[in-house]
Write a protein that binds this ligand. Structure first.
Ligand code: ZN
Ligand code: ZN
Length: 273
């Protein structure tokens, strides 16, 4: 990749630096990220068991941030309570709560239960913790958009706002999330040829409401599709968003970085209630 570090200031708003694929060569991953103009990144927590590792990587670098949360797919792990999330999120590196949300994709094949009440309850715990902390939420939603929006409303999530990460839902769902003070984050999926719904979101939703992310080591964008993803590749996401919007990649970088700064400053929510 060409050296864009002087021209761009991009942020990878969602990556998993401590996952296999990235954690074997953290120094190399971070050097390539800087060379691609990706100046900062948010390292995402998915279990309480990995939280110390997530915080350790972020604490070692002033251009990295961390989240605290438990992913809706994870079972057989420590179940989070509001108190536990609040205590872990006191670390100065923690800027957001998540990733949390609902994932009904895994319902089939589980074989044990169709009752995903435990996911909804875990999601509510995260929203309550975020409101106590006045920190934004990082939302993962898959085949569960209606329930996700309903629970965000029921729990008063607009008080803190946050981000709908790796967004693959419709323009209409994006607009409903924006009305609840959430940003929309686009991943490498926007570079995939058949991702028409995501292309529509990139075209229709104004830059004021967008962030970009890799979700690395997963979901590498074209032309690296199928390989290990890494934060440097968020530049390909920004490039594709710029093409779809008919603007420059610098415009996308400026807007998405400004949005990230509002996000980590806790300035998205209306603070009501
Ligand atoms: Zn996710
Ligand atoms: Zn993730």
């Amino acid at each position: 990749m060409t050296d864009l570090s002087d021209q761009l200031h991009l942020v990878d708003s969602h990556c998993h630096l401590n996952y296999p694929g990235l954690n074997e060569d953290t120094a190399g991953v971070l050097a390539r990220m800087q060379a691609a103009g990706v100046k900062r990144a948010l390292n995402i927590c998915t279990t309480l068991e990995e939280s110390a590792q997530v915080l350790a990587i972020a604490s070692a670098h002033d251009f990295l941030y961390a989240s605290i949360g438990v992913h809706p797919d994870n079972q057989g792990i420590e179940e989070p309570t509001v108190d536990r999330l609040v205590a872990l999120a006191k670390d100065s590196k923690v800027v957001a709560i998540g990733e949390t949300g609902l994932d009904y994709y895994r319902r089939e094949g589980d074989g044990k239960t169709d009752d995903l009440n435990w996911q909804r309850e875990r999601f509510r715990v995260h929203i309550r913790a975020a409101r106590l902390l006045n920190k934004p939420l990082i939302i993962h939603t898959r085949e569960a958009a209606d329930d996700t929006l309903a629970i965000l409303r029921e729990e008063g999530a607009e008080a803190v706002g946050g981000v709908m990460h790796c967004f693959t839902e419709s323009v209409q769902v994006a607009r409903e999330a924006i009305a609840l003070n959430f940003l929309i984050s686009l991943s490498g999926i926007v570079t995939f040829k058949n991702a028409h719904q995501v292309h529509d979101v990139a075209r229709e939703i104004p830059l004021d409401h967008l962030m970009v992310e890799t979700d690395s080591p997963f979901l590498a964008p074209a032309p690296h599709r199928g390989k290990v993803n890494e934060p440097a590749y968020v530049a390909f996401v920004a490039q594709r968003v710029a093409e779809l919007k008919g603007c420059s990649v610098a415009d996308v970088a400026t807007a998405t970085t400004r949005n990230f700064d509002r996000f980590i400053a806790g300035k998205l929510g209306n603070g009501v209630g």
